[in-house]
Design a protein around this ligand. Structure first.
Ligand SMILES: Nc1ncnc2c1ncn2[C@@H]1O[C@H](COP(=O)(O)OP(=O)(O)OP(=O)(O)O)[C@@H](O)[C@H]1O
Ligand SMILES: [Mg+2]
Length: 456
């Protein structure tokens, strides 16, 4: 095979024959770079930007013209990664990075690579970046061990909420256990994550265990792990428990009131010794874990009834936070409603200005047994139904707000969904029932019940 034939074959195997092969290769390459959602830019060895892709402009909030042929260090007050890469002639991988452009600070995860010519002389640098949110989401999907929320994410102006936030901030700085009490949907998990992120354990894992979701036999192995061969079906090589996974960080025990009494005894022992034994193992493992527990049950009453160990209760209640119910911070209802409208508008599905006065009045009169979560659901259903600029009383009613009794939804989900709403929702989710159930704020079985009812 001669040289030309080899080159021809290489090209065809890379980009294929046909239309694409006949087009200008550079043009195709640029289009390819513009179609990825990571930001890409590169500069020459003097730091002048020669190329930025579409995502780069979108992430930074700039036009191509504002960036191209500019010296990178003139575009941000902080030292750009590309300059550092050129100076060091070394790659810098997956570093947290802020690009401060025209007053807009963008938090990124960035990797930069030097570009060399055939002689090994540096000729420029390229960087590839994505928003920190995307990276966090990925990390969480893979490991599931991260806290996202910060105190700044907790919306509310009421004094009682602010007091709890301040107290929680103080607690963040200590290593003692925290017990969070609050009615359903008040934001217990939001607080637990914010405390972790405000503490000096923030770069370490945040591991959550919902004590209500697991049969009690499993809580044991979930918390403490097991050694290979500990029981039939035990995984080869054993498995670390949540205590080990959370080492150095925080273990969030959600719905603590559901934990059975014999597990409570084991938990207490670990809290006292900070040492665990995997099931079937005989090597004690020291752990350094901060416990945050949450419950919507009255633990004191449970202690009196003998359903919760008194010693564990006091061990966990060293620091205690009680999150106020929404009905006790009425001032926050409209603030939160507005916040959820804006959040959904920013997601880009629909533009709604907010709630009109009558709708606001209706929200203010409601008892909010489901607290902030209930409010979030009401707003997302209303936004979906709303086809004007404002969410009105009638939109709320159509969204099922008036006859909505949240206690019943929680227990039986005895909600009414009209055929129109159901069909519209399914259209908007292109038939995705899981998404539709989320939008309507009902479980999938409830959704199926209505599909069946309307013969859909
Ligand atoms: N003050 C707040 N500001 C913004 N969002 C909030 C606030 N409080 C709660 N939320 C939102 O409401 C929802 C419920 O919060 P969270 O899951 O923390 O409640 P919870 O107390 O753990 O509820 P449950 O007892 O049902 O588990 C979440 O989507 C959360 O982001
Ligand atoms: Mg919760």
């Amino acid at each position: 095979m001669d040289k030309d034939a080899i080159v021809e074959q290489l090209y065809t195997s890379f980009i294929g024959k046909g239309e694409i092969f006949n087009r200008n290769f550079n043009e195709i390459l640029l289009k390819a770079l513009d179609s990825v959602s990571d930001g890409i830019s590169f500069c020459d060895k003097n730091g002048y930007l020669l190329y930025v892709n579409k995502a780069c402009c979108e992430i930074v909030g700039a036009d191509k013209e504002e960036l191209l042929n500019k010296k990178v260090d003139s575009l941000s007050p902080d030292k750009p990664m590309l300059i550092e890469v050129i100076e060091k002639e070394k790659s810098i991988i997956d570093i947290e990075y802020f690009w401060n452009f025209k007053g807009k600070k963008t938090h990124l995860i960035n990797s930069g690579y030097p570009i060399f010519d055939e002689d090994g002389t540096i000729i420029g640098a390229i960087d590839i970046f994505r928003s920190i949110e995307r990276s966090r989401k990925l990390a969480n999907t893979i490991a599931g061990h991260q806290a996202f929320f910060m105190f700044d994410d907790i919306v509310g102006e009421s004094n009682n909420l602010k007091e709890v936030i301040n107290l929680a901030k103080t607690f963040s700085k200590s290593n003692e256990s925290i017990l969070i009490y609050g009615e359903t949907g008040t934001g217990k998990e939001l607080f637990a994550q914010s405390i972790h992120n405000y503490s000096n354990r923030k770069r370490k894992p945040f591991v959550a265990l919902n004590c209500a979701n697991l049969p009690n036999e499993l809580i044991d192995s979930e918390l403490f792990g097991y050694e290979e061969g500990a029981f039939t079906g035990a995984r080869k090589g054993g498995k670390p428990g949540k205590f080990e996974l959370a080492n150095g960080g925080t273990l969030f025990l959600d719905e603590l009131g559901e934990m059975q009494i014999h597990i409570q005894a084991k938990l207490l022992r670990v809290l006292e010794t900070m040492c665990i034994n995997r099931i079937g193992g005989n090597k004690p493992i020291n752990v350094d874990v901060r416990i945050i527990a949450a419950t919507n049950r009255n633990l004191e009453e449970m202690v009196e009834e003998g359903k919760f160990r008194r010693d564990l209760y006091y061990r966990l209640k060293v620091l205690y936070l009680e999150i106020p119910s929404l009905k006790d911070r009425k001032h926050d209802i409209l603030l939160l409603a507005d916040y959820f409208v804006k959040k959904l508008v920013n997601k880009g599905n629909k533009y709604v200005k907010g709630l009109d006065n009558k709708a606001k009045e209706m929200l203010m009169k409601h008892s909010w047994k489901g607290n902030v979560r209930e409010l979030e659901n009401v707003i997302s259903r209303s936004m979906f139904i709303c086809d004007g600029e404002w969410i009105t009383e009638s939109v709320l009613v159509t969204a099922g707000f008036q006859e909505l009794k949240y206690e019943e939804i929680i227990k039986k989900e005895s909600i009414k969904i009209s055929k129109d709403i159901l069909m519209n929702t399914l259209n908007s989710t292109e038939g995705n029932k899981k998404k539709a159930a989320e939008i309507l704020g009902v479980s999938r079985p409830t959704l199926y019940k209505f599909l069946k009812k309307y013969g859909l």
